[in-house]
Design a protein around this ligand. Structure first.
Ligand SMILES: [Zn+2]
Length: 163
């Protein structure tokens, strides 16, 4: 939990400029439903599909929870889910595409990665369970110069780290 403790400590230091000193940019993680409360900069989906009738966001398909054969990664306990998502997505065939995306995240422009998950949708779980949290951990590992904002329940995640 030290990682998130550090993130929330840092967010207390947020100045009037809205940008942390020393961070190139921010990546905000939140749900479609609460995007207006938390989002900064360009909004992108990393979900398998988007809410009907709302705004349509560009999707970063290489981060959506699909296996190589396009079957969805879903309906399994958190530990198993993390293993599947790392194996088939973050460290799987999309790895090079994801590495290129991570390397390009330096444009000084905040982005928000959207998924469905928020505490209201997961009211029977005490901690939030969402692949966007794993994406956030990967960004923290690879790009410590970027601020990752775990919003909308992600302050209390089901996993403590990427691995
Ligand atoms: Zn999610």
């Amino acid at each position: 939990m030290y990682t998130l403790g550090r993130v929330s400590d840092v967010s207390l230091l947020r100045g009037a400029q809205g940008k942390e000193e020393g961070f190139a940019m921010a990546v905000v993680l939140c749900s479609f439903e609460n995007a207006d409360k938390h989002a900064r900069g360009t909004r992108l989906s990393i979900a398998r599909w988007q809410p009907r009738g709302g705004p349509r966001y560009p999707t970063l398909w290489f981060l959506a929870p699909f296996r190589e054969d396009r079957t969805p990664i879903k309906m399994m306990p958190p530990e198993e889910y993390r293993t599947e998502y790392l194996q088939h997505v973050l460290f799987g065939p999309n790895r090079e595409r994801i590495n290129r995306w991570l390397a390009k995240l330096d444009k000084d422009e905040d982005i928000t990665l959207l998924c469905w998950c928020n505490p209201a949708r997961q009211k029977y779980y005490p901690k939030l369970f969402c692949h966007s949290i794993l994406v956030g951990y990967l960004i923290q590992e690879r790009r410590p110069d970027i601020e990752v904002v775990f919003a909308d329940g992600r302050e209390k995640p089901v996993w403590d780290g990427l691995i």
